[in-house]
Design a protein around this ligand. Structure first.
Ligand SMILES: NC(=O)C1=CN([C@@H]2O[C@H](COP(=O)(O)OP(=O)(O)OC[C@H]3O[C@@H](n4cnc5c(N)ncnc54)[C@H](O)[C@@H]3O)[C@@H](O)[C@H]2O)[C@@H](O)CC1
Ligand SMILES: [K+]
Length: 552
């Protein structure tokens, strides 16, 4: 997994390098600028053949300083560069000011406004170095006009211009992935934030990617993200193994990468999933019970059950009210079926070998659902198991506690995982949901929710955030070449809940957060493998081929 660094962590690493004498701020800025130029030429090798035109937009801080370095390096390659500055050079930080002066000694520093920028000739490359991690408020109106998605149409064939962002498209908050004008917070400047922000083709960031590249608007705006090495060493207190819970000080990006290097997905899968012994018995791979709804309400539970079985659980049983037995029996074969009468306690039907419960899809928002959830949460490890059964709570199992979430949290435990979508999350954590809309990072709110509930929380979305009560957090995004828009289909969440229950119920040695990470990854892989036209029934059916393609 790649570890994502917050702005504060990035600053601390830079400061340590500077204070230890390993590099000066100027060295780092020079390497950053060179890293951007190299990344541009690597992305579009044809640009290296002969000199081209560039527009470089610089801001008042060190992001602008990087811009001045880039402009100077391109000029040295014979390029024609028009450089525009927002801000007063006299007030720039020292290193940025130094690079400003090197540029200004030979070429003009133009104003950064639409009239000045778009009356110049059309560039081949557009470099946005206005704001980076230092963005502290909405982008001022005159800069916003230049960065507006439609503004480039002032040039003919503007779609052919290669757009590059330094650290991030200016206006994107690298901790939250939001743009200031997206949030409910009033804008202190009183000026309207821009409605549309220019997307770029390539974002070049330094040392390590940041959460904002993957959260919220980040994946829409950044194009492709390249992290370039600027010679900083990583001072993470301890780098953990892929199957351990993540370092609570860091945020982990869910992808088959470990310690910065791509690994075979097979290595990742094998480290998380149960290792089948040669003489494995079905009970060695766990028994998941999935609760289905009443007559005509069983589809969601059956989808989850199918996903749990395909993911590797040895046995899966659907529990349903007696009236729904025939309906379910007509649809299930390998999945077992048991009736659960209204007044019968869960212990009467679930023996000690049950290692996982998947609850919520189609169950109904009822007092009975609440009671069953409470009973499942009270279960403890059977004699043959090291761990308590996992309890995955989704959909109606969560909504059944919407009136009184505080009555759920004393019962949830470290082997519980809640898988809400945004609406369900906000019903359980109203204050956290609204603080997110006001600009708080999705990672921070999910971390706090996990702490409050004392269990794992997986908040679904194109950007999915998972956190555990210790502060460990990971982000998975269905973007950057792993888009799966057709996953927005009825029942896809039920399948995910079943996949998590199926993987976790095998009692693999990996922690539950690692299991949830893998389930989210597999879920998207299944959707991508099937492609457009996907319906939720198709998802579990892709698993055998996905496992095979990932080398399992
Ligand atoms: N030595 C270093 O610190 C390095 C920093 N690097 C670059 O430096 C950047 C961070 O530099 P800074 O901390 O100076 O931050 P930025 O350059 O991102 O922006 C800070 C400046 O912008 C102003 N500002 C912020 N939001 C504004 C708004 N909405 N409207 C008007 N003004 C606004 C601030 O008052 C400050 O002057 C990184 O993103 C990266 O590009 C790289 O060169 C690597 C080395
Ligand atoms: K920028």
């Amino acid at each position: 997994m790649t570890e994502l660094l917050s702005s504060a962590q990035m600053r601390a690493i830079e400061q340590e390098a500077i204070q230890s004498g390993a590099a000066t701020g100027l060295d780092l800025m020079e390497r950053a600028g060179k890293g951007v130029v190299d990344a541009v030429l690597a992305a579009w090798p044809a640009l290296a053949a002969d000199p081209h035109r560039a527009v470089v937009l610089c801001g008042p801080g060190n992001n602008g300083g990087d811009g001045f370095v880039i402009a100077r390096l391109l000029r040295a390659m014979g390029w024609t560069v028009r450089l525009h500055l927002f801000g007063d050079p006299a007030r720039m930080p020292e290193d940025a000011r130094h690079n400003h002066d090197l540029w200004a000694a030979e070429d003009p520093v133009l104003a950064l406004d639409a009239a000045t920028v778009f009356t110049g000739p059309r560039p081949d490359v557009w470099i946005d170095a206005v704001f980076g991690i230092g963005l502290s408020r909405p982008v001022p109106g005159e800069v916003a006009q230049v960065l507006d998605a439609d503004a480039m149409a002032a040039w003919e064939q503007s779609h052919g211009i290669r757009r590059v962002a330094v650290d991030c498209p200016s206006g994107l908050n690298l901790d939250t992935g939001m743009i200031a004008s997206d949030t409910d917070a009033p804008e202190p400047s009183g000026k309207a934030g821009r409605a549309t922000m220019n997307t770029v083709d390539l974002t070049v960031t330094f040392h390590s990617p940041k959460p904002g590249h993957y959260l919220a608007k980040g994946p829409i705006l950044c194009g492709e993200v390249r992290a370039v090495d600027i010679g900083l060493s990583d001072t993470a207190p301890e780098r953990r193994s892929i199957m351990e819970e993540p370092d609570p000080e860091r945020i982990r990006l869910v992808e088959p990468v470990f310690r910065g290097r791509a690994i075979e997905p097979r290595t990742w899968l094998k480290s998380v999933m149960a290792k089948p012994g040669k003489a494995g018995h079905k009970f060695d791979f766990g028994h998941v019970m999935v609760f289905a709804g009443g007559v005509g309400q069983g589809g969601a539970g059956r989808l989850a059950a199918r996903a749990a079985l395909r993911t590797g659980a040895g046995l899966v049983t659907v529990l349903c009210p007696p009236a729904a037995l025939i309906e379910n029996a007509c649809q299930l074969d390998a999945i077992m079926l048991r009736a659960l009468k209204e007044d019968v306690p869960l212990d009467d039907v679930a023996d000690a070998r049950v290692t996982g419960f998947c609850m919520g899809p189609g169950m109904g928002v009822t007092p009975r659902t609440r009671k069953l959830v409470q009973e499942a949460l009270a279960r403890r490890a059977g004699p043959r198991h090291r761990r308590d059964p996992v309890v995955v709570l989704d959909a109606d199992a969560l909504s059944s506690f919407a009136e009184d979430p505080a009555s759920l949290f004393p019962r949830t435990h470290a082997r519980t995982i809640l898988t809400p979508h945004e609406g369900e999350f906000e019903r359980l954590f109203p204050d956290l949901g609204s603080s997110q809309r006001q600009g708080r990072s999705k990672v921070d709110v999910v971390r706090e929710a996990a702490r409050r509930a004392g269990c794992i929380i997986l908040l679904k979305g194109v950007d999915t955030v998972i956190a555990n009560p210790e502060g460990g957090a990971s982000v998975h995004v269905a973007a950057y070449g792993r888009e799966a828009p057709w996953l927005a289909t009825a029942g896809a969440g039920d399948v995910l809940a079943g996949m998590i229950a199926g993987l976790a119920a095998t009692q693999a040695s990996a922690g539950l957060l690692s299991v949830a990470e893998l389930a989210v990854y597999l879920h998207v892989e299944c959707a991508r493998r099937f492609g457009p036209g996907l319906i939720s029934e198709d998802l579990p059916e892709q698993l055998p081929q996905v496992f095979c393609e990932l080398g399992l």
